[in-house]
Design a protein around this ligand. Structure first.
Ligand code: CP3
Length: 395
């Protein structure tokens, strides 16, 4: 059944594969760039569409999700090197049986969050991900066709710990006390829940790739809430589980593997070596890490792959150099265009502690773009990345 859904053969050829090459550890003529939350509330065209459509209706209606995904691609024509499918990480808890609504001004809200491990009985026993989240696959297939090979399409899911945190807190939280209490009081039950979420996430990512996603990112937005020990006990094993399951399952169904990105926000300061060995092709950095330091730490932690500062490694090369992604503080986009350019210089130039020109690098922010940003400032950021990275990468 899943093989019937494999649509990879029927899509138009890709005209810009810069991000796929960088993700495979290769040198590129300039740094590819995309932006977390590039389709979102900072765009007037998104806000306009949201006036007449509820948030999860947008997620569940393939034509709307496709339209929103394409909005930034159109506006920043030629400046973005990837599209990311419009959806939300919270569609997974919905598929597992929890109700989630998006409240205006407040964000996500679970009317009946999990309170004690007994509440795990309320989750579906067996989850047919292809049925529950088939609307995401449809949106991906439709968008991939609409993109007509202009840029690759990224799929995504939330990480088990971040999703568990929402499922217990019932929404955003300052201290995550309820979710963390589970880790201390019910460690074994927490692990059962985390593995259950990881299994759904792996299924979901496999389905997204079969539907046409050319790269996928796992968002562990709340990784930084955990101590180093708890990150390694309650987050990292499940991130590894997702990467290995996705790659095995794709190989078994003769579907080409796609690059996988891990974004463990706030955990890089203590666990960058472990994260770089978790089975992902790309490690996304937040802005609290100095790029040149991260580059060195990741190369040291992954010696087999770092040796291949590969200018021409085969596309499916197993042990390529781990690529980095990031990592500008999103708040820089509130500043003047001159300040934005200056910060891009700092992020890219190796003599300023930046990523340098060796490739294996994807430019992005260190977290999602925020609603108050002027879209023209994002344009200045994208243009600066193009201009400066082309210069540095040819030096
Ligand atoms: O990156 C993209 O453009 C793709 C779409 C995308 C959305 N959410 C759309 C969205 C992605 C990748 C996400 C991931 C997501 N969702 C994360 C992980 C990334 C991160 O920022 O840490 C998280 C934690 C969520 C949960 C979530 N969804 C929150 C906390 C909120 C409300 C606050 C906010 O930042 O906007 C959402 C809503 C949401 N998801 C919006 C969008 C465009 C805005 C909601 C609206 O239109 O009212």
């Amino acid at each position: 059944k899943q093989d019937e859904m494999c649509k990879t053969g029927q899509f138009p050829g890709l005209r810009n594969d810069l991000i796929l090459r960088a993700a495979r550890g290769q040198h590129t003529e300039r740094a590819p760039v995309w932006i977390m939350r590039q389709a979102g509330r900072y765009l007037p065209e998104f806000r306009k569409l949201r006036e007449s459509h509820d948030f999860f209706t947008c997620c569940r209606t393939p034509s709307l999700a496709c339209e929103i995904t394409l909005q930034p691609i159109r506006r920043y024509s030629g400046l973005l090197d990837a599209a990311i499918i419009f959806s939300d990480i919270l569609v997974v808890p919905q598929a597992m049986g929890l109700e989630v609504e998006m409240l205006p001004q407040k964000g996500p809200h679970f009317p009946d969050p999990l309170e004690t491990p007994k509440d795990m009985d309320r989750l579906h026993k067996k989850i047919d991900v292809n049925k529950e989240l088939g609307y995401v696959y449809e949106a991906i297939t439709m968008t991939r066709k609409e993109l007509a090979g202009e840029v690759p399409l990224i799929g995504f899911c939330g990480a088990p710990w971040t999703l568990m945190a929402y499922m217990i807190e019932g929404g955003g939280s300052k201290g995550f006390e309820k979710a963390k209490r589970w880790l201390f009081d019910y460690p074994e039950e927490s692990k059962v829940l985390l593995q259950k979420i990881a299994d759904v996430c792996a299924d979901f990512l496999v389905g997204q790739v079969k539907a046409g996603a050319q790269m996928v990112q796992v968002f562990d937005s709340w990784a930084g809430e955990l101590s180093p020990a708890n990150f390694r006990t309650f987050s990292l094993p499940y991130l590894r589980s997702i990467a290995s399951t996705v790659n095995e399952r794709l190989a078994c169904s003769s579907t080409a593997c796609v690059p996988m990105i891990i974004f463990a926000k706030g955990a890089l300061g203590h666990s960058l070596p472990e994260i770089s060995r978790a089975g992902y092709d790309v490690v996304a950095l937040d802005w609290t890490v100095e790029p040149a330091v991260a580059r060195r730490v990741v190369d040291l932690a992954t010696p087999g792959s770092a040796a291949k500062i590969s200018k021409g490694a085969a596309d499916n090369e197993a042990a390529h150099r781990i690529a980095l992604q990031g990592n500008m503080d999103p708040s820089v986009l509130y500043a003047s265009k001159e300040a934005i350019e200056k910060e891009v210089e700092r992020m890219l130039r190796s003599k300023k502690g930046g990523f340098g020109g060796e490739g294996a690098y994807i430019a992005n922010l260190g977290h999602g773009i925020t609603p108050g940003v002027d879209p023209e400032n994002l344009k200045a950021y994208l243009k600066a990345i193009h201009r400066i990275s082309r210069e540095i990468n040819s030096e």
